[in-house]
Structures are given as C-alpha cells and as structure tokens.
Design a protein around this ligand. Structure first.
Ligand code: TYM
Length: 327
C-alpha cells in the first residue's frame, strides 16, 4: 500500500517553481497511490522570522492553492503541520538519534546560515523536523524539487538509524524527483533556483501573477546572444529553463517544442511560453478564488488533521515504548 507525501513552507509567495517541483508530480501520481498526504509546513516557516499577520494569511492561501492546482481533496489528507502536536514530539525523539555530523552536512543549512549570522537553532534542526513529517505516516515516496533531495535522504538515514537501534519502526522513504522541472531557475539569473524569497521579483513567477505580469517577466527573461531554441543547460541556461517550463506545463517533449521554433526568434518563443504559463495560471486562479472565499477549507483541514494526529500518536507511542519512556 504505497503512500505519497509532500509539504511546502509558507514563506513568501507560492511560486511556479514550487508548483512544478512538488505539486505537478503529486497531482500526476496521486491516482496510482493508496494514500496521499499534503501539508503546509508552517512550523518550518518559523526558522526565519515571519510577520505573524502575513504568515496567517499565507497559510490559508497555500491550502486553497493546493486544491486549485488539482490535488484530489477527497483522497488526499490535507493539513497544517502545526496542528499535529505529535510531529514536533516525534522530531525530538529523532533529534536524539540523529548524529550531529550527519545533520551538519546539509547544504541548505550551510548556505542559509551564511546569509544571516544570527540564525536560529531551528534552522539547524529543521531537517530532523522534516524527517518527522515524512516518517510518522510510513510514507514511501516524497515528490520534491532537487533542492530538497538531500533532506529526504537524511530522513531515510535517520529512519535506518532508529530501526537499527530500536527495531523496525519506520518505512524507508525515497525522494521522487521528476526528470523535467526538478529545478526551475530564476528568470533573471538562470544559474540560480527560482526562489520565493528572491530579492528580485522579476525573476520569479508566482501562482497569483496575471497574464500581463507573466508575459512581462517572460519577455524580459535572460537568454543568450544566439538565435537557437535548443536545450543545453550549461551553455543556454535561460532558454533551457523556458523549455523545461513549457514542456512540463504543456505535456510536450522538449524536442517537439524545439522543432516548432527552428529558424524563429526568441521573441516568438517567449510569447509561446508566456501563453502556456498564463493559460495554466488563469485556470488555477479561477478555482483558487472560489475556494479562498468559500467555507470548504476548514472542513478539509479538520478532516485531514484528525487522521494525521491519530497516525502520529500511534507512531509516537510506539517510539516511546521502544525507547523505554513508559510508566
Ligand atoms: P519549500 O517550501 O522550499 O519548497 C516546496 C517544494 O517546492 C520545490 N521547489 C522547487 N522545485 C523546482 N524548482 C524550483 N525553483 C523550486 N523551488 C522550490 C521544493 O523542492 C519543494 O519540494 N523543507 C521543505 C518543506 C517540507 C517538506 C517536508 C517537503 C517540510 N517538510 C516533508 C517534503 C516532505 C521546503 O522548505 O520546501
């Protein structure tokens, strides 16, 4: 009975990178899995200061966006991480079995801690909380973008350590990285990841951007001085990024799109890509508005959290028992 799980951190806007890296694979795979879990990683958002009012609004927007993106709301357990008190409790038990050296190897921690000298302890222990998110419900696969692969692999190692020390307790999870769109790049600097906290908003497409904004951003995207729509991530990162996006969203192979633009200029190609993105976003935004203003979201969250708590409680009790913390 295979299970699928993923989560998004509500820091900054929901980006096209998040959608393509995590949500599109989940939506494509959901029918083939017995159980699907999708949550808002709101506890993770706190590793870096968030304005409380903005965070509150964003959490709701993320939930509405999940469903608008095509996540099957009947089948999927949709919930807020912070509403399950057993997840941080499991995380503590896992912290005590995670070797410091292994946690210290996390690239994201190394990069983010360099950006702010006063980083929080949570920024360091974050991947262990992520392991708790993944391991509590015996997930098999975790669809993520390539930047989260190392964290999912750490979760697997943490599970192995625990199983080895205390006996079989956790299923070993695997990251699921879709071939195309594993890393959508910034439009202005296509050597960097498209990121929600990016200082240059012109390089980032959010799920809330209008057709006009999308078109402007794509038309101004950095490319190269050739006139050749061809996929080559090293030599042509800008064009390759646009090809990747167009391919994932239209379901066509990259070569098929390249063929359409033989001998044509980048302006025509960019218009084509902008139209694909804007058409998809408009479709999602229409559903999103209805969901955000309706009262369905709370019902969905109430249902999701109940089952999530029941599963996490059972796992927590099992871990405690195995570790010897029982009366
Ligand atoms: P987060 O919120 O940074 O990103 C959410 C998901 O979007 C993917 N992603 C991208 N994929 C392709 N191209 C991009 N430019 C791009 N930017 C982001 C990320 O890889 C991720 O899959 N720690 C996680 C949240 C989390 C989680 C979990 C994920 C917490 N617990 C358990 C899976 C399972 C994070 O910060 O993702």
């Amino acid at each position: 009975m295979a299970k699928l799980l993923t989560g998004l951190k509500p820091t900054g806007e929901f980006t096209l990178g998040n959608y393509i890296g995590a949500i599109v694979p989940l939506v494509n795979m959901q029918k083939d899995y017995e159980e699907v879990y999708l949550f808002v990683a709101d506890l993770h958002a706190l590793t870096v200061y968030q304005d409380p009012q903005e965070l509150r609004e964003r959490i709701r927007k993320f939930i509405a966006m999940y469903i608008a993106c095509g996540v099957d709301k009947e089948k999927t357990l949709i919930y807020l991480q912070s509403e399950n008190p057993y997840i941080p409790a499991i995380s503590w038990l896992l912290e005590c079995t995670t070797p410091f050296g292994e946690a210290s190897r996390m690239i994201q921690f190394k990069e983010k801690s360099k950006q702010n000298a006063n980083f929080s302890v949570g920024l360091f222990t974050y991947p262990v909380l992520m392991a708790a998110d993944i391991l509590y419900c015996d997930t098999n696969f975790v669809p993520v973008g390539i930047d989260q692969k190392q964290h999912v692999e750490l979760a697997r190692d943490i599970a192995e350590h625990f199983n080895h020390k205390y006996g079989e307790t956790f299923v070993l999870p695997e990251p699921y990285i879709a071939k195309e769109g594993t890393k959508i790049k910034d439009l202005k600097d296509p050597t960097k990841k498209m990121s929600k906290s990016e200082e240059n908003p012109q390089g980032v497409i959010t799920m809330f951007d209008s057709r006009e904004v999308v078109t402007k951003k794509i038309m101004r995207a950095t490319t190269d001085s050739e006139m050749n729509v061809h996929f080559d991530e090293e030599k042509k990162p800008g064009i390759s990024n646009l090809l990747n996006i167009a391919s994932v969203l239209s379901g066509q192979k990259i070569e098929a799109i390249e063929k359409k633009f033989v001998g044509k200029n980048y302006g025509e190609f960019k218009k084509y890509v902008a139209d694909i993105i804007a058409t998809r976003l408009e479709e999602i935004q229409r559903k999103y508005e209805v969901l955000l203003n309706g009262n369905e979201l709370d019902m969905i969250l109430d249902k999701g959290i109940q089952k999530s708590i029941a599963l996490a409680k059972a796992k927590y009790e099992n871990m405690k028992e195995k570790m010897g913390i029982v009366r």
